[in-house]
Design a protein around this ligand. Structure first.
Ligand SMILES: Cc1ncc(COP(=O)(O)O)c(C=O)c1O
Length: 401
């Protein structure tokens, strides 16, 4: 390859209507083009504090420990689980899609004793099922996904905090796919740790994982603090079993975002600007208004695909507002239809994983793309593609041979 001929980045215009990432809000991209400032500059630390305050509003929490983990959403998940779980700790994971399996695998890598319960893809758990398992397993942590993008289901969470308190269990939730587009109440629902990402309903790029940590979870994490050599002071005493990751060591990261400003890592400043703008836009719109917007455009997309004669997968009563799984009709090549949408219309929709691979398309209406024009253009293009890849396409192929 003649690298001297490589041009600047110039992506093709695309409308990203899959399960995320979606097109970032232009205001977020503009925020991300702002110049860098030193990480301990008073302007920067004030900006970090503003970001913490904004995410308290987004998560609906008063938790002091509300900040960003640098990395994609799974960095937030790993930070939460590796900082909470010591080898041998019991954790319970209710699995209703791919991301429950991800929590399971990350907890296994923490060398925890992992217990799972499962429902078929397309369903969610009721609170009694979860409480029965909590009673049986007696875990230290219950780790659950709110919206599992692989199935589009949104797990009801409102009763789980109380169950966890009754059994003295810490409650962790992965709200990556749902936060900002579906009701979420970290404090009212008794959440201990919640993590998210920017690339779904928050309207940003992936690469930053907002997190909130209750006081009782922060105390558990702080109880494992080992400040690294080279930055520790004489007052630092090692506690508990050392957290198995340095980068994702929330005991140190809390000290970095806190008054101490521990020099743990170099701020990912551009991602911080983007994450701050995502939260600022949501707060400016109002969380309830943003959820209502996702509900409206999600319902329009749902009725739209039904109007095209397509069936919707799963328990629609428990579907996330921001994504719908559409059953690929018999006789239609799902990958070919997706390719036609991309090539002819510049529109991306998703496929799915595991048992749903090749069976459904996933169509998102989230973040910046939870808009009437985006919904209508996607449906119009899909209608056209179905005409040319379905029955008419098959007949055309007969004539062209
Ligand atoms: C529910 C959920 N959790 C975790 C992830 C992983 O996020 P990332 O790919 O940003 O690490 C995703 C990504 O789609 C998700 O939908």
């Amino acid at each position: 390859m003649n690298t001297a001929m490589i041009g600047p980045i110039n992506p093709p215009p695309r409308l990203l209507m899959g399960p995320g990432p979606i097109n970032a809000d232009p205001r977020v991209l503009r925020a991300m083009s702002a110049q860098l400032v030193g990480q301990y500059d008073p302007w920067m630390t004030a900006t970090m504090n503003e970001t913490m305050a904004l995410y308290r509003d987004v998560f609906r929490t008063a938790n002091e420990q509300t900040f960003l983990v640098d990395g994609t959403s799974r960095a937030g998940i790993e930070a939460a689980l590796v900082s909470l779980l010591e080898p041998g700790d019991r954790v319970l994971v209710p699995v209703f899609g791919r991301f429950g399996h991800l929590l399971t695998e990350i907890a296994q890598r923490c060398r925890a004793e992992v217990h799972t319960i499962e429902v078929p893809w397309g369903e969610v758990f009721d609170a009694e099922q979860v409480e029965d398992a909590v009673r049986r397993v007696q875990p230290k942590v219950l780790a659950i996904v709110q919206g599992d993008t692989s199935t589009t289901m949104c797990q009801p969470l409102a009763d789980l905090g109380e169950i966890c308190r009754r059994h003295d269990v810490l409650l962790y939730c992965d709200a990556t796919a749902s936060l900002g587009g579906n009701e979420f109440e970290a404090d009212a629902w008794g959440m201990d740790v919640v993590t998210a990402g920017l690339q779904k309903c928050l309207g940003g790029p992936s690469g930053s994982a907002p997190i909130t940590i209750s006081d009782r979870a922060a105390a558990v994490i702080d109880g494992r603090k080992h400040v690294e050599a080279g930055i520790r002071s004489d007052d630092d005493v090692d506690h508990g079993a050392r957290i198995a990751s340095n980068y994702l060591d929330l005991a140190q990261v809390m000290d970095y975002w806190g008054l101490r400003r521990l020099n743990h890592h170099t701020e990912a400043t551009t991602m911080l600007y983007g994450a701050r703008e995502c939260a600022r836009l949501l707060v400016e719109e109002g969380l309830d208004a943003a959820v209502a917007r996702h509900a409206l455009h999600g319902r329009a997309m749902l009725e739209g695909v039904r109007g095209l004669g397509l069936a919707v997968f799963g328990d629609v009563e428990h579907k996330m507002h921001n994504v719908v799984a559409v059953e690929i009709p018999d006789g239609v090549d799902g990958d070919r239809a997706r390719a036609a949408l991309l090539d002819d219309f510049g529109i991306e929709i998703g496929t799915s994983f595991g048992p749903l691979h090749g069976k459904v398309w996933r169509i998102g209406t989230m973040g910046y793309n939870a808009r009437k024009d985006a919904v209508l253009v996607t449906l119009a293009a899909l209608e056209q593609v179905l005409r040319t890849t379905g029955g008419v396409g098959a007949a055309q192929e007969v004539y062209s041979t």
